[in-house]
Design a protein around this ligand. Sequence first.
Ligand code: SF4
Length: 207
Amino acid sequence: MDTNAALANWLEKGGRHIGQIAIAKKDDGWELRHADDAGRDDLQLYTKTADARSLANLDDASAYRALKTAPNLRHGWRLILPDVASVRNALDAFYPAMLGVHLARERGEIVPVNLRDTLARQTGMYRITQKLTDAQSQALIAKSCRLDGGCLKTILWRISPELPVNSLPAEKFTTPGGGEWPLLCHEACNILVAEARKVVKGEVKEG
Ligand code: SF4
């Protein structure tokens, strides 16, 4: 099943949330809006798939959102799209790769990469991240990946085969159910690796 068909199937079965976005069926197609904006009737209307990219780029304070899965999606808009293909393209802009990663995981094609393996692959200026200690790793993950203010993804990886991440609550490692499309982290992102470099170099306070 391709991504559009899988998304159509999910919507048909009542899927209505991904990250901070609520999806609703309307007479003229599908409506996306910030889930916090449920019930508001003063939202600015957008109608093009391309609008999703600009909506995803800036937070409420017009600051650039480097991490699209950070819980700082801007408020105050609604996006009306004519069909599932348009919704798919918009969601790919709001949450890049997240439709495909979930489907690949359902097919058994996602192998989580532990943090030590991710850091072992770093070269050049990021090779130094291999010196990150286990304690520094736990503290960094707790700070950067936390659901409240860090990142909405569910972590699938461990620090090493012997060492799980134990600095965040269990909900950080549990995929949501009940009509919510999961945002999955199967390998530490570039932002976390960049922060790891700063920790090793002593450029940021740990924890
Ligand atoms: S490592 Fe994963 S969970 Fe942590 S901030 Fe990056 S994408 Fe989010």
